[in-house]
Design a protein around this ligand. Structure first.
Ligand code: GLV
Ligand code: MN
Ligand code: MN
Length: 408
């Protein structure tokens, strides 16, 4: 695989979901997502791979020795599949690589294996997982959380996007069946390993390819600040109950608690009601994202943050509530798989990440590993995310070597 070969396939999707900003709007079950699913199906068909969608909307392409039979429940250990792949969806105006790189690389890795005459002894499956970013319905890794039973299907069906459309309605509109959502233990039991290739999302990887050691514990919390809407020109300062003030304090408090404890905290999304320049807001809703190297630090950030903001709300005469939307404990990837991959790839760097992934969710059920491809800017979830074609080609080579080792 060379850089040109990578670019040729990569360019087939670079126009899908591309916004005027240069970032991507590839929300799950949107037209862009459906176009990417069609592209996935076409790539599978070109390679004679069997396409299948699970009950949670995750799509698969099987390179199976007996394609008429997607591995039946209770497959013998030596017939359990090796799963690779990632996700198509993006954060609002996100980069091109976060997610799709793992899917495009998987098709190219299969091409590499076939060109080299490799013969899998167990199926190799490419997965495209739904709503990994939570960019539309708020809960990250929704497809794999449903599959593993971490999210209740009733709760998932009722999740709404910013325009108030429920997941159930969005799925129906896209021709999918929301009533089928739910755990899929047999599918998980039929997997021998999952390897997700992903663009590195920080500045820590200096080689073209690396292997993940762990994912920091992390979570998302919805915060609601309530007060009294009123006129910006006639309400005396002492008479105000302005939730925007408590919100502003909360943003600074999150940063301070994270700095003091040694973790991270971000408020990147906010909605004000009525969102008028000349009115004191009656309500502010905002989302806290916090991550830390270990669970004690994460909980220290949350505890300090909640008590400081509650105290401030009392002084402002406002209301403050906070509730988790998703929480993910620390993930230490399977040590023997991690070491096997790092050795196989010639001693590439092994590094942890603060970014969440479907690999983190599946790791509790299937031996799981991640390959990272260098990101020269270190930027992700924003314009500026990238990887050179040469490094992406090196990622394909690495993934092909790993799949050969695990499945052939
Ligand atoms: C997903 O990419 C996340 O880390 O939020
Ligand atoms: Mn992401
Ligand atoms: Mn991702």
């Amino acid at each position: 695989m060379d850089a040109t070969g990578f670019r040729r396939l990569w360019d087939e999707i670079t126009g899908i979901g591309l916004a005027d900003t240069g970032g991507y709007l590839r929300f799950s079950w949107s037209a862009a997502d459906l176009a990417l699913r069609d592209w996935f199906d076409a790539q599978a068909a070109e390679r004679g791979l069997l396409v299948e969608t699970d009950r949670n909307g995750n799509r698969y392409a099987w390179w199976d020795l007996a394609p008429e039979a997607v591995v039946p429940p209770g497959a013998a250990p030596d017939r359990r599949a090796v799963l690779t792949g990632s996700h198509f969806d993006s954060v609002p105006h996100g980069g091109a690589y976060d997610g799709p790189l793992g899917i495009v690389s998987a098709f190219l890795a299969i091409d590499e294996l076939r060109a080299a005459g490799a013969e899998p002894k167990r199926p190799i499956v490419i997965g495209a997982f739904t709503e990994e970013e939570g960019g539309r319905f708020g809960v990250p890794c929704l497809g794999t959380r449903l599959m593993t039973g971490v999210v209740d299907p009733d709760r998932a069906r009722a999740l709404t996007d910013p325009s108030g459309t429920t997941l159930a309605d969005a799925m129906r509109e896209a021709g999918a069946d929301p009533d089928a959502l739910g755990p899929d233990p047999e599918r998980l039991a039929n997997l021998s390993a999952f390897v997700e290739l992903h663009v590195e999302q920080g500045r820590s990887l200096e080689a073209p390819v690396g292997v993940a050691s762990a994912i920091w514990p992390h979570g998302r919390w919805r915060m609601t600040f309530t007060g009294a809407g009123d006129h910006a020109g006639t309400t005396r300062l002492p008479d105000r109950r302005d939730p925007m003030l408590t919100f502003a304090f909360a943003v600074l408090a999150a940063r301070k608690e994270a700095r003091l404890a040694g973790g991270l905290a971000t408020v990147g999304r906010v909605e004000a009601v009525p969102n008028a320049t000349n009115a004191i807001a009656s309500q502010v809703t905002a989302w806290l994202d916090s991550r830390a190297p270990d669970e004690a630090v994460l909980s220290e950030i949350l505890t300090g943050f909640e008590s400081k903001v509650a105290e401030r709300a009392k002084r402002d005469g406002t209301g403050f509530t906070i509730e988790p939307e998703s929480e993910t404990p620390i993930v230490e990837f399977d040590a023997s798989l991690r070491d096997r991959l790092a050795d196989l790839l010639g001693g590439v760097p092994v590094l942890p990440t603060g970014a969440g992934h479907d690999a983190g969710v599946l790791a509790a059920h299937v031996p799981t590993a991640m390959l990272f491809v260098r990101n020269p800017t270190g930027v992700s979830h924003a314009l500026g995310e990238g990887a050179s074609d040469e490094d992406c080609a090196a990622g394909v080579e690495a993934l092909a070597a790993v799949l050969r080792d695990l499945a052939c």
